[in-house]
Write a protein that binds this ligand. Sequence first.
Ligand code: SAH
Ligand code: SF4
Length: 381
Amino acid sequence: MIATTGKVNLLGLTQPQLESFFESIGEKRFRAGQVMKWIHHFGVDDFDAMSNIGKALREKLKASSEIRGPEVVSEDISSDGTRKWVVRVASGSCVETVYIPQNGRGTLCVSSQAGCALDCSFCSTGKQGFNSDLTAAEIIGQVWIANKSFGSVPAKIDRAITNVVMMGMGEPLLNFDNVVAAMNLMMDDLGYGISKRKVTLSTSGVAPMIDRLGEVIDVSLALSLHAPNDELRNQLVPINKKYALAVVLGACRNYISRLGEKRVLTIEYTLLKGVNDQPEHAEQMIALLADIPCKINLIPFNPFPHSGYERPSNNAIRRFQDILHKAGHNVTVRTTRGEDIDAACGQLVGQVMDRTRRSERYIAVRELRADPAASAAGNRS
Ligand code: SAH
Ligand code: SF4
């Protein structure tokens, strides 16, 4: 467990929250903008480095607050440029953050929870169960850490991180307030200045929270569909038993239509051999998505030990893609990245504390990967 200091962590505060903080300590609100630039643009965590803030105020800040990101446990760089950080959060668990450079873009895949309660049958994060929600500081802290590791400066040009996807560990809509605060910081010019189109929240389909999201923010939305009918989706994505396809897709349609400006829903579909990869599934998907502006991202299953699933053959993947394509859909297949550093979707496990023996030890999730056949198959989609 990381010791807490009782100080306010300024890293996770949005501009209005930081303004209120300064007011609460008897200072001017404009200080918030100055401090945000130091934190997010320059990656500073030492008040003494803030040269436009007088010594007296710096001392006052040191007494009441801190700038504390999650602890970096490891940083791996793949031969293809993909990077992966394992960071430890206050609950003691570790989560993973992945950076994927591709076609002039740099996409950072950020975690929202340590573990996940939703237990999708093909997801290794789900297999760990839920451990803790990340704080807003721990979520934006992943962007802060990645940005610092690229030596980023405040210039808007040549930025390493152009896109952020909430597609790491956890279900972001079940950690709503912290995720929304962190996404606001990603988009704020005093934060990371990333356009709303390039910040994407991915959900397994927590329908009422999709409605709530639409009331407070206008980021891009991705739905983890994975099955074109309720019967199959109930098995693969258990939250579907609570919010069936018609309800979830209705919520997504409303969310997207509110955004206007030709924005579309991203549909993520993990292809599982012999389970959801047949032509009939593609046909059902076409009917299901007929009136939803969307683009489809097929994710060939990334194997992990004892999952019970296999990745379809390249032919089966192509056949599935072709059927959707011929029906007029924009369909991409996520390519393999970060193979040598275990950075694939659904393989992000970090280390989650065993809830039954919380204080004694961590489950060494990496040990699960000791199965050589599985690690040879490990890859990024
Ligand atoms: N909880 C959110 C965010 C995680 S996003 C959600 O489910 O949408 C990670 C994406 O990778 C999701 O679409 C998820 O279903 C998918 N995924 C999980 N395990 C996978 C695996 N083993 N292989 C390929 N994709 C996987
Ligand atoms: Fe949770 Fe998403 Fe994994 Fe499902 S796919 S268990 S919602 S992280």
